[in-house]
Design a protein around this ligand. Structure first.
Ligand SMILES: [Zn+2]
Length: 512
């Protein structure tokens, strides 16, 4: 039986220890990450995707030769070769073989837990009608699928080799064979495991990392345990990728057999393309710089999951969730009705001239006595020339709102009083929380022209902190944004990148 923590306990502990590595380790980690280079990745991809390996079909001459290339590359790593336990190869089926590098963990307790870091090294050889998008009979080099992922794995291994010390947990680096024949390598290992499957607490699968476009790396499996989105985003600090969190989980690669065994997982890929399963999936089309960035991110991810004090438990519900469910949650709440009820020339207002266009019948402006053609001198005691954006100002004002206008060129100002509908807003956001993403709130509405909107907060932003205070709950967030002085400094995760966004609560008023 797999050991399960209660989610709340695991999450609370996890929150207190978001960075597993001590400050002293960080230099070593950076050095190790730096050993992952586009030139070495390029060498591996070019070798594995060369015609000499004939498309690396499992069980064929080319498939066996590509396995020999991997074994040779692994044996050249001095520390890893010494530290590895057990056989490097697992033969099965029709001449297939998995290549397995078991790096025992350094912590007596944590080393009982295992992270499986995998990627398949086989491809489809000369192609068949079943596995090729054609033309068949030519060598399908599989540079992206999956020489790229295998090269990344080799470079991550080399990064660990350079550290000359194992992380706390045990890591199994697995180069799966015969994935293209139906995930045979990973399935075989799970049926005939070389270490107990009960020890496997997490798996990371890399399949097709070579076509990074717009810096976008796609991650599946982020809902298989609580807190994985934050974990991935924090490990992206030095790589700055746009992480696309995809909720679909389909049996399209070697992570899936692990999902069926209730193992939390992350699957990395850079997306499909025209050359997918065609002879034209060649090394010269691989984005080697992009592969370097992705491989460095992979290293961070492996290191962190192998090192951190606690790993979260598997969430069975992740198997029922999908992209449609995710898109449902993205639907924003409706914008509130306008509070004032006039139109004006927004360009003129930037010059300090607010001239009323239309007045909506029955609106607060109408009821307060504002007329078309009125020139507003001040609103809420803010002089017109200091109103940077009337729309923002209107959202934040408290009733009753004093207004001074000039009418028909008459120099004597007229004093009016308005009662705006609805409550004034301080920031201008609504939010929801999600147990799968603890320690943040998720914005589901940013009111147009509100201080939040003007400051740059966006729908779907995850807020981790407000002015240095952690967002531990919905209530906590409410009290932070209600009580703290302006400007509010938000730590925000968007597309897996963590940034600061300052929100000036007096954004409606020009500060000059
Ligand atoms: Zn494939």
């Amino acid at each position: 039986m797999k050991h399960f923590n209660s989610v709340s306990i695991a999450v609370a502990f996890w929150f207190m220890t978001t960075m597993a590595a001590s400050a002293a380790d960080l230099g070593t980690i950076a050095t190790a990450r730096g050993t992952i280079t586009s030139s070495e990745l390029s060498q591996h991809v070019q070798a594995l995707a060369s015609d000499a390996f004939e498309g690396r079909e499992g069980g064929t001459r080319g498939g066996r030769a590509s396995g020999a290339y991997l074994l040779d590359a692994i044996r050249r790593l001095e520390y890893i070769s010494e530290a590895t336990q057990g056989d490097l190869t697992q033969e099965f089926g029709n001449g297939y073989r998995n290549i397995l590098v078991l790096l025992p963990g350094s912590d007596p307790e944590a080393s009982k837990e295992v992270i499986v870091v995998g990627g398949h090294y086989d491809h489809v050889g000369y192609g068949t009608w079943q596995n090729s998008q054609g033309p068949i009979g030519y060598i399908h080099n599989g540079a992206d699928d999956n020489a790229s992922g295998v090269a990344a794995l080799l470079e991550v291994l080399e990064a660990f080799d350079s550290m000359k010390a194992a992380p706390r947990r045990t890591v199994l680096f697995a180069f799966w064979d015969a994935e293209e024949k139906g995930l045979l390598g990973s399935k075989h290992w799970l049926n005939y495991p070389t270490i107990s499957v009960d020890r496997v607490q997490f798996t990371i699968n890399s399949d097709m990392l070579g076509r990074l476009r717009n810096e976008e790396l796609i991650l599946n499996g982020v809902r298989t345990a609580a807190g994985l989105r934050e974990l991935c985003s924090r490990q992206n600090a030095t790589t700055g990728l746009n992480l696309k969190f995809d909720w679909d989980l389909i049996p399209d690669s070697d992570h899936y057999p692990f999902l069926e065994r209730r193992v939390p997982l992350i699957m990395l890929h850079t997306g499909k393309h025209y050359d997918y399963h065609r002879p034209s999936d060649d090394a010269d089309k691989v984005n080697m710089e992009g592969l370097e960035t992705v491989s460095r991110f992979l290293f961070q991810l492996v290191f962190e999951t192998a090192q951190r004090p606690e790993l979260p438990a598997f969430r069975a519900a992740s198997r029922q969730e999908n992209e449609a469910a995710r898109e449902n949650l993205l639907r924003p709440l409706a914008q509130p009705a306008p509070r004032l009820g006039i139109s004006w020339d927004s360009e003129l207002s930037k010059q300090g001239i607010i001239q009323v266009g239309n007045v909506v019948t029955g609106s607060a402006a109408d009821q307060g006595g504002i007329q078309t053609g009125d020139r507003i001198l001040s609103m809420g005691r803010v002089p017109a020339e200091k109103i940077a954006d009337l729309r923002t100002l209107v959202l934040v004002l408290e009733n009753p709102v004093p207004v001074q206008v000039q009418r028909d060129g008459n120099p004597d100002p007229i004093d009016l009083e308005l009662n705006l509908p609805g409550n004034p807003i301080r920031v201008g956001v609504s939010w929801r929380t999600d147990d799968v993403e603890p320690n943040c709130v998720i914005l589901n509405r940013v009111i147009k022209n509100s201080p939040a909107d003007v400051g740059g907060l966006q729908l779907g932003d995850r807020i981790y902190e407000v002015s240095g205070n952690a967002v531990t709950s919905s209530e906590k967030f409410m009290s932070l944004i209600s009580d703290l002085p302006s400007p509010l400094q938000f730590v925000v995760e968007r597309k897996g990148r963590i940034d600061n966004v300052d929100v000036d609560l007096s954004a409606a008023v020009r500060n000059d």
